[in-house]
Design a protein around this ligand. Structure first.
Ligand SMILES: NC(=O)c1ccc[n+]([C@@H]2O[C@H](COP(=O)([O-])OP(=O)(O)OC[C@H]3O[C@@H](n4cnc5c(N)ncnc54)[C@H](OP(=O)(O)O)[C@@H]3O)[C@@H](O)[C@H]2O)c1
Length: 319
């Protein structure tokens, strides 16, 4: 029997060792019986290293790659064609090469977030008052798919207000979008609050008013994920959120969209999300000290979340 030849894919970034994408894509490939390899590649951050690595990979017959921090903007500039959502996002996280040797780029982060909220958690964004925290690459990447869901309004709050104002201006034709400082959020409430800051990575919280979550109906979502509650999820549950979710589902959903773009087959995401949750729980019980670097600053927080307890008390949370 002939073994089918493998199509080769990469995930590139710096750092990259912690990436869960190789595991996720290996699971997708197994599930859909696609003959692919998918490897992590560390790229130095010196000038030109990213472009050289991508061109060498393409010359060797590589089919596509995922791009993560800090190369998403460079990827945007490098590809020949961009999807409209990548164009707006100003960043590319998925690259493919066609048979003519042209490269195309897309950004699947936003659709990953929207699918996680709407499909996995059954939370519609339509007609909701949405607050987005942060104005970096992650928030810019999710704005178009969020606005396509027709929320009542979308407010971007950021420590550096000018960055939020710039983002709001870029997307103003797509819906009711505005910028705010954290201070000016006083007295307002939002149906859904999405944390797209990197504050959780440092074990910190954006400075939010205590009463910003409407009791018994407010949702919170942290784009960051962790084996333990992120500081934002902890805060959300202490301030009346009915539901608080982390970004693990977003990670898997953005990967599924990339897989679909490359292979034309849509993998089931739920079993892969469950496997990852289990791996995170195992890593926690094995040794909190050996968590990957992305968890630094929060690994010693007390009281890991007991998944079932929150569900039983009528609230829900991942980890
Ligand atoms: N789950 C997923 O698939 C997924 C995908 C993409 C990103 N993410 C997560 O999204 C987060 C943001 O990523 P990014 O690429 O957008 O980062 P980024 O471009 O570096 O932007 C960071 C943002 O966080 C704000 N910030 C940082 N520390 C803060 C603090 N202590 N208090 C308040 N605001 C703070 C910054 O505000 P200033 O502008 O004022 O500095 C900026 O708006 C990261 O945690 C990343 O892991 C998750």
């Amino acid at each position: 029997m002939n073994t089918p030849s493998l199509d080769h894919y990469l995930v590139v970034g710096n750092p990259i060792a912690h990436s869960k994408s190789p595991f996720i894509h290996a699971e997708f490939a197994k599930q859909t019986q696609q003959a692919i390899s998918y490897e992590p590649l560390l790229i130095e951050t010196n000038n030109g290293a990213f472009t050289q690595a991508i061109q060498a990979f393409q010359a060797q017959g590589g089919k596509g790659l995922n791009v993560t921090v800090p190369f998403k903007q460079e990827a945007w500039a490098l590809v020949k064609q961009r999807s409209t959502r990548a164009e707006r996002a100003g960043a590319v996280n998925t690259i493919g090469f066609d048979n003519q040797g042209n490269s195309w780029g897309d950004n699947t982060d936003g659709i990953g977030l929207v699918r996680d909220l709407t499909k996995n958690h059954g939370k519609s964004l339509n007609n909701q008052r949405i607050l987005l925290l942060g104005a970096g690459g992650a928030v810019r990447g999710v704005l178009e798919p969020i606005l396509q869901e027709k929320p009542a309004c979308c407010v971007i709050a950021n420590r550096t207000v000018e960055k939020a104002q710039t983002l709001a201006r870029l997307f103003t034709d797509l819906g009711d979008i505005s910028a705010s400082s954290y201070t000016d959020l006083a007295g307002q409430q939002f149906d859904i609050i999405i944390n797209g800051t990197s504050a959780s990575l440092q074990g910190e919280l954006p400075p939010l008013p205590d009463d910003i979550i409407p009791l018994k109906r407010g949702w919170c979502y942290d784009m960051m994920y962790s084996a333990q509650r992120t500081p934002f999820i902890q805060w959300a549950l202490e301030h009346g959120a009915i539901c608080a979710r982390d970004g693990l589902g977003m990670l898997v959903e953005q990967a599924a969209e990339a897989f679909y773009l490359w292979r034309g087959v849509r993998p089931e995401t739920e079993p892969v999300i469950e496997l990852l949750k289990q791996r995170l729980r195992d890593s926690l019980s094995a040794s909190p000290q050996t968590l990957p670097p992305e968890y630094s600053g929060i690994e010693n927080r007390p009281e890991p979340t007991r998944f079932g307890d929150w569900e039983k008390s009528g609230r829900c949370i991942d980890f």
